[in-house]
Design a protein around this ligand. Structure first.
Ligand SMILES: Cc1cc2nc3c(=O)[nH]c(=O)nc-3n(C[C@H](O)[C@H](O)[C@H](O)COP(=O)(O)OP(=O)(O)OC[C@H]3O[C@@H](n4cnc5c(N)ncnc54)[C@H](O)[C@@H]3O)c2cc1C
Ligand code: SF4
Length: 524
């Protein structure tokens, strides 16, 4: 009779995990901390600490529930420091001829496991579907059939109908699928946002923080101020806090950006969701309950549920549907590396500086900072998808490739030619000025496009539109802006071009232009 090792990955910390649910009594459950996973991009120390502390707490919980647990720590002298090699070492050590694992969330790892599976050797690898999402791969592929230009909104409505979330029979509650029009208030009139609860750091968490501080001292990002949930109990406290204190204003200020408040009314739940401490179903249910109980308005609850039921499931579907070719897309032909300020924060563009500082301090920036500040800037500067993706994958506590890649490559950089989003989210300084309170504290002026004090986003924006007119001018959602460009005098266009080129020449780029592929590549 075969004996199986149950391998639990760092983003699979859920009691509902299929490989735990069907584990026979007495099966050994294995956790492996390995250097390779901590270093394939230079992950933010808070991200590494959150994952290791959460793994150690979850392993302890499984022990308490009677599982036999083997836990390989980073400083174990026998550790092979590669997930596959370490799992196989443990299987042999515990006399297991099979390794059962729930399908990993990253193409790179899945391919590595499938390669071992194909070799038909002992221990055999058995990979089972991850059932912790609303939509399975098979269902997503079925939904995609015959669609050349899939749209998130259609997918979202299909899932609303299927789950019954915010539905009144077959119709959306409130008579609308979407309340976006109510959700675009700028920062100016926002009330002061609540601070997230502070989590107690027990001996396990403190030990991990000390380990990460020593071992990953070369990674960018501050460990000080670490406040991520590392147990389900802490994650549930964050969920309760969000629903009671921030959800009511979530919708209205969803697109606002603040110079001082990193979280505004966002939930800060993505990391807990992505590593499995919370399930997307319970989070959406909690938001729906708040609306039904009259504690949060519909525009907020619908806006929030759309992010999880809609965007989160949709980008996951796209990732698996289009990989591995998706990772190679670069349809706007971007060639530059990343401006060095993304790593060292040294820039005098106030909005960019604050988004990067908050990222380094908290391993967090909210969606609009990622999309309209750091993302928009990289798009306008022709940053190669590989360079930007590696940065996003490294610096955020919630970063997992299945969600990061479609957001960065598709939504931000439009590198998939408009497959994920119907138009690029490019914007000038005027947009940032409208939505944030950064510009009043900036040395640049968002109303000027040329000259020493001109906001760099402005000239870069027009340069971008001009450079990509062949691909974008016919897009119905961009006709108005191209109409404005067409009416501009040749003289003004020339001045803008020169302004943008001079600015780009003044930046320091890292790594050098055109070098390399994704650091997180799997070499196919
Ligand atoms: C360039 C870029 C990279 C990103 N990389 C990641 C990533 O690696 N991991 C990640 O979880 N999210 C990523 N996102 C999506 C989004 O920015 C984060 O989920 C969100 O900022 C997390 O903060 P929050 O929990 O406070 O979110 P909230 O604003 O409170 O939203 C609620 C939840 O909805 C989900 N969500 C919201 N927007 C998206 C989206 N566009 N795609 C998928 N899920 C979404 C998240 O689970 C989030 O927790 C990225 C977005 C951009 C533009
Ligand atoms: S003026 Fe331009 S660079 Fe400065 S904060 Fe505003 S948008 Fe950013």
């Amino acid at each position: 009779m075969s004996k199986s090792l149950r391998l639990v990955l760092g983003d699979q910390l859920s009691l509902t995990l299929p490989t735990l649910q069907d584990a026979p009594p007495g099966a050994t459950v294995a956790f492996c901390e390995v250097d390779e996973e901590g270093r394939y991009v230079p992950h933010h120390p808070q991200k590494i600490a959150m994952m290791l502390a959460a793994m150690r707490h979850f392993a302890a919980e499984l022990r308490q529930r009677g599982y036999r647990v083997h836990y390989s720590t980073l400083d174990d002298p026998d550790n092979r420091h590669s997930l596959i090699a370490e799992a196989e070492r443990l299987a042999k050590r515990h006399g297991c001829d099979e390794i059962h694992v729930t399908r990993p969330g990253e193409w790179r790892l899945l391919k590595a496991m499938e390669a071992r599976q194909a070799q038909d050797r002992t221990p055999r690898w058995c990979i089972v579907e991850d059932t912790r999402f609303f939509c399975s791969h098979r269902d997503f592929d079925a939904w995609m059939e015959g669609r050349t230009r899939p749209r998130m909104e259609d997918f979202y409505r299909m899932l609303r109908r299927r789950t019954g979330l915010l539905m009144d029979g077959n119709a959306p509650v409130g008579g609308q699928w979407n309340f976006d029009r109510d959700n675009r208030a700028p920062i100016d009139d926002a009330p002061s946002p609540p601070s997230p609860p502070r989590h107690r750091q027990d001996a396990v968490t403190q030990e991990v923080l000390a380990l990460v501080e020593k071992r990953f001292a070369d990674h960018v990002g501050r460990l000080e101020g670490f406040n991520w949930p590392v147990t389900r109990r802490q994650a549930l406290a964050d969920l309760r806090h969000f629903v009671a204190r921030a959800l009511p204003a979530f919708g209205t200020y969803q697109d606002a950006i603040s110079d001082t408040a990193p979280y505004l009314f966002h939930s800060r739940l993505s990391a807990a969701l992505n590593i499995g401490l919370l399930s997307p179903g319970e989070v959406c249910q909690a938001a729906q309950d708040a609306w039904q109980g009259g504690e949060a308005p519909l525009n907020a609850v619908e806006g929030f549920i759309r992010q999880i039921l809609g965007w989160r499931e949709y980008v996951r579907g796209i990732y698996w549907h289009r990989m591995p070719a998706y990772k190679r897309e670069n349809q706007l032909g971007a060639t530059r590396g990343l401006p060095r300020c993304y790593w060292d924060g040294d820039t005098d563009l106030r909005c960019l500086q604050r988004a990067i500082e908050m990222t380094h301090d908290n391993a967090y920036a909210h969606h609009i900072q990622r999309l309209m500040v750091t993302g928009n800037f990289a798009l306008l500067c022709d940053v190669r998808p590989a360079a930007l993706c590696d940065w996003y994958l490294a610096v955020y506590a919630d970063a997992c490739e299945w969600v990061e890649l479609p957001n960065t490559l598709g939504m931000v950089l439009h590198a998939d030619g408009g497959y994920l989003g119907s138009k690029p989210y490019c914007a000038s300084g005027k947009y940032i000025d409208r939505m944030s309170d950064h510009c009043a504290q900036c040395r640049y002026d968002p109303r000027q496009s040329v000259g020493e004090n001109a906001c760099p986003f402005n000239a870069l924006y027009w340069r971008f539109l001009e450079r990509h007119a062949d691909q974008l001018a016919d897009n119905p959602r961009m006709r108005v802006i191209y109409g404005t460009l067409d009416k501009m005098s040749a003289h003004k266009r020339q001045a803008l071009r020169q302004q943008a080129d001079t600015f780009l020449d003044s930046l320091t780029w890292t790594p050098p232009y055109g070098q390399g592929q994704h650091a997180s590549d799997y070499g196919e």
